[in-house]
Design a protein around this ligand. Sequence first.
Ligand SMILES: NC(=O)c1ccc[n+]([C@@H]2O[C@H](COP(=O)([O-])OP(=O)(O)OC[C@H]3O[C@@H](n4cnc5c(N)ncnc54)[C@H](OP(=O)(O)O)[C@@H]3O)[C@@H](O)[C@H]2O)c1
Length: 297
Amino acid sequence: MNRRDALYAVAAGLTGVPAFALPSMLTRRVPSSGEMLPVIGLGTWQTFDVGHKPSDRAELELVLKEFVALGGRVLDSSPMYGSAEQVAGDLMAQLGVRKKMFVATKVWSSDKAAGMRQMEESMARLRARPIDLMQVHNMQDVEMHLETLREWKRRGLVRYIGVTHYTASEHETMARLIASEAVDFIQINYSAGERQAEQHLLPLARERGVAVLANRPFVGGDVFRRVRSKPLPAWAGEIDCTSWAQLLLKFVVSHPAVTCAIPATSKLEHLRDNMQAGVGRMPDEKQRVRIVRLLTS
Ligand SMILES: NC(=O)c1ccc[n+]([C@@H]2O[C@H](COP(=O)([O-])OP(=O)(O)OC[C@H]3O[C@@H](n4cnc5c(N)ncnc54)[C@H](OP(=O)(O)O)[C@@H]3O)[C@@H](O)[C@H]2O)c1
């Protein structure tokens, strides 16, 4: 049995080795509180939107179970993701893992009262009251919702508040927002294939003490198409990577401003692969440049 197989055998409870023998996942501090979070999280867009049939939920149950077994905590969803919140909430309850997790979702509404109702429904679906993180989805009516969220945070209904977007065209708007408003988290697109956030937004988040969730770390899967015909470079082993997914995720989480990357997957094999990116050696500046070159060469 090699090291990787041994790791999973332990996680799956297949050996007599105690769980504390697992290499623990790298964690990052949430600046506004000091709470530590593991650097690999789990997105739910499309992947968790599978509806009610138990057969359609079976693989996701394994994904979620393994995510927690391998030290994952941060799950990101939205009421705009079809049945994803309901599926994630049901599965967390079924597996009895809700309390171990850090649950993030979003609000998207052009009406203040409707936004409040939407957030209440999300918390009920996710069995998360208080919810760990409530974000204004795509900064839609952001000032209006932040007013509600500040009040809800004071009342203890949400632990952290934040804003999200998924395109570089909105980075400057978000930068202006975090320069003047107090938010705990931003969630933005950042990957070896989309690096615009490095110019201004990531340094600013660091300076302002704002935690960063990196969405679309695989550019929605597009980066795999770009490297499909290329062999993994031999030097990937120097940073303990055995796959493209690990190399690409290590690029994201090795940026000092990033708190957690939230790749989405519907497959157990991919989940295991992605979680490996949170352990072992991380790329230094030179290795980060080499990873980017692999995508562009
Ligand atoms: N506006 C917003 O707030 C916003 C916008 C976009 C995204 N997000 C959040 O960020 C999360 C992540 O973004 P995303 O879902 O757009 O894209 P992503 O995580 O960059 O890519 C997901 C794709 O990568 C594939 N994949 C995952 N792990 C893999 C592996 N190890 N090997 C090969 N393929 C792999 C998945 O397919 P398989 O299922 O086959 O693994 C899926 O097609 C979302 O789920 C959502 O929670 C938020």
